[in-house]
Design a protein. Structure first.
Length: 561
């Protein structure tokens, strides 16, 4: 039995939406069994689990409505300063933000409003962030990044103004003074005349409290593997003449995995000397073994025209990066940061998203990625030390997406899967795009996928539990929530047929009533801007529900009686 109810402010109800979202008769119907064992805990939701990228070039990145919308989706982690190579040339002390890495041409655009100090209040509103420090360049653009500068950044974010601890000089002779110097700038108000540091004086006595720090962003994507992998700036091999020369340093050891491992160790030591409680992450490549979608994914391909039909050997670039990095530095790596932006596409022009490929192999392959990396950790890391994984650049993209609602299904299933495997954070590549939050702050399909997971496991400490489906076309995830209720996420990947799902709980017997939310292609076409709640009855330890084609459904079930 279904009936409309009133719910918290992040959802709204309309008669039109209800007509669209309630289960209806389909052209055909499949039957699937789902089993949930509440006694088998997988991993908990944490305050870091759901994240998004804040792009430094986005001049409208921070406003009150964005904060509210991201909170509604459960987002509590911001990745900064985002994509476009900015992390390799951004310097938190410079009024301009970024340096020009080229001898000829202009630096990539960086919005002045996105300076780290200017965004302090924005970071405060979320409580967690992953900051990529500048590994790629020094202050004058003559070489690679400096560990002392990264330590000063940690001091500015987390330090005590009273601290006299010295940071020291970098290799160019720049004196980075003391922890208290930078923390004192953070705490102070602007002065007259401006000595060039008023941008850092923000009247913020308390530490901003950034715990997660990444050394560079996709550091392997610096040209070492050729021109198709040269989006990140790394001036350790010298300045880059122009944008066309960025990928002409293939195989140069000065920007290879050995050099990165050496740099990582120096950065981590300097940064943790300032704040021993921070976690420091290293850039990893995505493993190609045990991953069937690699022949159609943008990860590991050499160009947009080669997105299908590649052999494993053709995409094995980067295989030495992870192993060389781990052998040299694993003992100091707290988490491994990975990029995983899916874009399987279809012939003949490889512009249209292959929706079946995006959805069907997801569960098996994502577990394969995690399994592969954890095996490498066991092999190459000191006994007892296993870094966490953080998917700091995650998403899906294609020039044409026939059924945008498919991205909702992908995001909900993939994020839930990665949390279950123990991932530290899963950060959608950028929150200001049509798939997440578009123009006019219009919410997109990926946004609703994240919100589905936020409803499934609503607050830190809600535990994902074992949940198994009898069909690859029906993904299922379950959570045991701290308030005693239960979350169930069902994702129907069949584009044509509704699915009749029989759910059986063991370990606990949930209550008989619940709240149901549906979102799929029909809702996207109808421009339903909020998830719509409907109360459901006749649940309990065993029940049957219908999930429409190409739809994600979340049911929050009441406490056991």
């Amino acid at each position: 039995m279904l009936r409309q109810i009133s719910v918290p402010s992040f959802v709204s109800v309309s008669a039109m939406a209800l007509a669209i979202l309630l289960p209806a008769a389909a052209l055909g119907q499949t039957k699937v069994k789902v089993s949930v064992d509440t006694g088998k805990i997988l991993n908990p939701l944490t305050s870091r689990s759901l994240g998004v990228g804040l792009d430094g070039y986005d001049g409208n990145a921070a406003n009150a409505q964005i904060v509210q919308l991201l909170h509604y989706a459960g987002v509590q982690t911001l990745r900064y300063p985002g994509n476009g190579g900015l992390s390799g040339i951004y310097h938190f002390t410079l009024p301009s933000g970024v340096i020009n890495p080229y001898k000829e041409g202009k630096a990539p655009y960086f919005a002045p409003s996105n300076d780290f100090a200017a965004l302090a209040a924005f970071f405060d509103a979320f409580g967690s962030a992953i900051v990529s420090v500048d590994y790629g360049s020094n202050l004058d653009g003559s070489g690679g990044g400096e560990a002392a500068e990264a330590a000063a950044w940690v001091a500015y974010a987390n330090g005590d103004p009273a601290s006299t601890q010295a940071i020291g000089k970098d290799s160019k002779g720049n004196d980075w003074k003391t922890v208290g110097y930078w923390a004192g700038l953070r705490a102070a108000n602007p002065i007259t005349p401006d000595d060039g540091y008023n941008g850092l004086r923000i009247g913020h006595p308390k530490p901003i409290g950034i715990q997660l720090w990444q050394i560079g962003n996709d550091a392997w994507n610096n040209g070492y593997y050729g021109p198709d992998h040269a989006a990140e700036f790394d001036l350790r091999a010298g300045p880059i003449p122009s944008a066309t020369d960025a990928g002409k340093r293939q195989g140069n050891a000065r920007i290879g995995p050995g050099a990165y491992a050496e740099g990582f160790l120096a950065f981590a030591k300097a940064m943790k000397a300032v704040d021993p409680k921070i976690l420091v992450g290293a850039s990893f490549t995505t493993p190609t073994t045990n991953v069937s979608w690699m022949h159609t994914s943008s990860i590991g391909t050499s160009s947009a025209s080669d997105l299908t039909g590649q052999s494993a050997s053709a995409i094995s670039w980067g295989g030495d990066w992870d192993s060389d990095l781990l052998k040299a530095a694993c003992g100091e790596i707290d988490f491994g940061a990975l990029s995983l932006v899916e874009s399987p596409t279809l012939p003949p022009d490889y512009k249209v998203l292959d929706e079946e490929a995006l959805l069907q192999s997801l569960g098996k392959d994502y577990n394969g990625i995690v399994t592969d990396l954890l095996e490498r950790f066991r092999k190459d890391c000191p006994a007892g030390h296993t870094p966490r994984l953080a998917f700091t650049n995650f998403g899906a993209s294609a020039q044409t997406i026939p059924h945008p609602g498919v991205v909702t299904l992908f995001a909900a299933d993939a994020v839930a899967t990665l949390i279950e495997t123990g991932s530290l954070s899963i950060d959608w590549t950028s929150y200001h795009n049509a798939l997440f939050i578009g123009e006019g702050n219009k919410t997109g399909p990926a946004y609703f996928g994240y919100q589905m997971v936020h409803i499934l496991a609503h607050q830190p400490g809600d535990a994902f539990v074992q949940c198994q489906s009898s069909s690859s076309l029906l993904a299922a995830h379950a959570a045991k929530r701290r308030d005693g209720s239960y979350g169930l996420l069902l994702v129907n990947k069949d584009p044509k047929q509704a699915t009749q799902v029989t759910v059986h709980y063991s370990g606990d017997t949930p209550g008989k009533t619940g709240i149901r939310f549906d979102y799929g292609e029909d809702a996207f076409k109808a421009d339903v801007g909020r998830l719509v709640p409907v109360q459901v009855d006749n649940l309990g330890g065993s029940f049957t529900v219908e999930v429409p084609a190409y739809t994600a459904t979340v049911i929050v079930i009441s406490k056991a009686q």
